[in-house]
Ligand binder design. Structure first.
Ligand code: ADP
Ligand code: MG
Length: 252
């Protein structure tokens, strides 16, 4: 069916002991769109995407990919289904160079006289290629430790690692611009558009409604563990979304 969403989460409830973090949440995401998730602290944004990326398992509810029900026992299983995430903390090994980070745990090797060794040259050219072809990014230096790169370039390396896996279809980004200045924020938003134009579904969690209104196609609003609205960005306003985040009764 042409209209089947790439991702559909239906009736997701998550309890941690006595705490209900999510209550019957529905979420859909389509190829070639940026879906923003917004809401106050504790609204359940991170928990929702951790369920989508296999970090947590839902207490109730189902996940469908292309209309087919799936369940993820681990993050590795969500990656197998084409769903990966880049977290604010980025999880990069700062003392290693960008290519080593790209291939961390997945190193390319070659055989020399029957002995398997790391293929550093290929890892480096592949890193350069993916950064340029997929993200339009050229790093200042491929030799330097990743910690010497700017925040935006470090993020490009983390994204490149995710998009390097052929089957990637959904990229989740949890507060990608929280630690960045205005220039790097603009670059990151551009990266998000680039990935969307390549047909990925990008799910962007953000506190910045400026960012959200600049880059998203739809906005999913969470309040106190519930989905309280989904709007088309082009038809909505900061005011409307703020009203949903805070709740009409509290805002009145
Ligand atoms: N591992 C956990 N154990 C217990 N409670 C949790 C855990 N993770 C999240 N919560 C609770 O679930 C609710 C939603 O949290 P979270 O998804 O992190 O919200 P957000 O990302 O929107 O700030 C909060 O009340 C939080 O305290
Ligand atoms: Mg969070």
């Amino acid at each position: 069916m042409a209209d089947t969403p790439l991702v559909e989460m239906r009736g997701i409830t998550k309890r941690f002991g006595g705490v209900t973090a999510l209550s019957e949440v529905d979420l859909t995401a389509r190829s070639g769109e940026v879906l923003a998730i917004v809401g106050d602290n504790g609204a359940g944004k991170s928990t929702l995407i951790k369920i989508l990326t296999g970090v947590y398992q839902p207490t109730e509810g189902s996940i469908f990919i292309d209309g087919k029900e799936v369940s993820f026992a681990s993050h590795a299983e969500s990656i197998e289904q084409g769903i990966d995430a880049v977290y604010q903390t980025l999880a990069l090994a700062d003392h290693l160079d960008p290519a080593a980070n790209m291939f961390l745990g997945n190193e390319l090797t070659k055989k020399v006289f029957g002995i398997t060794i790391l293929d550093n040259k290929r890892m480096r050219t592949e890193t350069e290629r993916v950064l340029m072809e997929r993200l339009g990014v050229r790093l200042k230096s491929l030799d330097a430790a990743t910690e010497s790169l700017s925040g935006g370039q470090r993020q490009a390396v983390a994204i490149a690692r995710a998009v390097y896996s052929e089957g990637l279809r959904v990229l989740v980004m949890d507060e990608p611009t929280a630690a960045l200045g205005p220039q790097e924020t603009a670059r990151t938003l551009k990266l998000i558009e680039t990935l969307r134009d390549q047909g990925l579904a990008v799910i962007l969690i953000s506190h910045s409604l400026d960012d959200v209104f600049q880059v998203s196609d739809r906005i999913h609003v969470q309040r106190r563990g519930r989905q309280v609205g989904v709007v088309k960005t082009a038809d909505s306003s900061t005011q409307e979304v703020l009203g949903l985040i805070v709740g009409a009764e509290e805002a009145a």
